[in-house]
Design a protein around this ligand. Structure first.
Ligand SMILES: C[S@@+](CC[C@H](N)C(=O)[O-])C[C@H]1O[C@@H](n2cnc3c(N)ncnc32)[C@H](O)[C@@H]1O
Length: 278
């Protein structure tokens, strides 16, 4: 039913999202925005952009649905089994073997954390790593950011439907999850470790002194120049030999500032200015 949109319609929507919700989509590809918008119009059986804007003005629920679809919030615990201990433990070995890191907390940043499943997944793996090496006294902090405040609100309590936990390995379930009525509660010790904060990757300044960045299934929204800019910002905020993990289907140019550690799992390490580019 919905027809193609004019470029000025997309511009109008972008302006509206900035003015009403502070959501800056100026760096998102138009093709992506158009696909999402047409899908919402089709769902509501609305054929024109003008009518859809009318619906948004009087239906807050549809407005939130549009925002959620533009920020596609699909996520999951141990999603695609990419953040297993098999993948992460060698990264922790490397990061903690750098001089000076054992006496300060290692900082992990889940950038584009959606409703928290990704940072809580990495929290289970890193906490288990640290506990198994208790005599070393290793410490860590996890920062989890997203630009969708509604998702952060859902993430903070660490409370999820039981079905969301099906991919969590049994040994983590018994250690870090508790039944809570018809839901499951992430252990308080982990909830306290994850600090959730609103942050827009496209427009906000980078966060400093990060050892490991997870930015999975987020870059897909951005235009190539915006992806490049974000990658340079990540490079700036990582500590020497810091690690970046992207989502399995993401393609970025490394610009000689990152080198590949594991192509299959999209793991990269920062090239410091005094290192050879390879
Ligand atoms: C598909 S989810 C990925 C969640 C998680 N990283 C994973 O892979 O399971 C993408 C997330 O990126 C967030 N996002 C999109 N654009 C963003 C931006 N400019 N700044 C911060 N977060 C953004 C969305 O709100 C959404 O929660």
């Amino acid at each position: 039913m919905a027809t193609l949109l004019a470029p000025e319609d997309l511009e109008k929507l972008k302006r509206h999202l900035v003015d009403t919700r502070g959501l800056d989509l100026s760096q998102y590809s138009d093709a992506f925005l158009e696909r999402r918008l047409l899908a919402r119009m089709g769902h509501n059986q609305i054929g024109t952009f003008k009518d859809y804007m009318g619906l948004l003005a009087k239906t807050p629920v549809e407005y939130q649905k549009l925002i959620d679809s533009l920020t596609i919030n699909v996520t999951g615990f141990f999603r695609d089994n990419e953040l297993s201990e098999k993948t992460l433990n060698p990264i922790f070995d490397g990061l903690w073997s750098r001089s000076g890191t054992q006496i300060r907390p290692m900082v992990i940043w889940s950038a584009g954390c959606a409703t928290g499943q990704e940072p809580y997944t990495v929290a289970m793996v890193v906490d288990s790593y640290v506990t198994q090496r208790a005599s070393l006294g290793l410490k860590y902090q996890i920062l989890a950011t997203d630009f969708n405040e509604e998702q952060l609100k859902a993430a903070r309590p660490g409370l999820y439907p039981k079905a969301a936990m099906s991919a969590v390995p049994a040994h983590y379930r018994s250690k870090y999850l508790r039944d809570h009525g018809d839901k499951v509660q992430v252990a308080d010790s982990l909830v306290k470790k994850v600090q959730f904060k609103r942050h827009d990757l496209a427009t906000h300044p980078p966060i400093d002194h990060i050892d490991l960045i997870l930015c999975r299934n987020v870059m897909i929204y951005f235009t190539t120049p915006a992806k490049n800019q974000i990658l340079h910002r990540f490079h700036r905020c990582l500590t020497p030999r810091g690690i970046l993990i992207l989502g399995a289907s993401e393609i970025v140019l490394l610009h000689g500032i990152f080198k590949t550690v594991d192509r299959e799992h999209k793991i990269y390490t920062k090239i410091d200015s005094d290192q050879e580019v390879s």
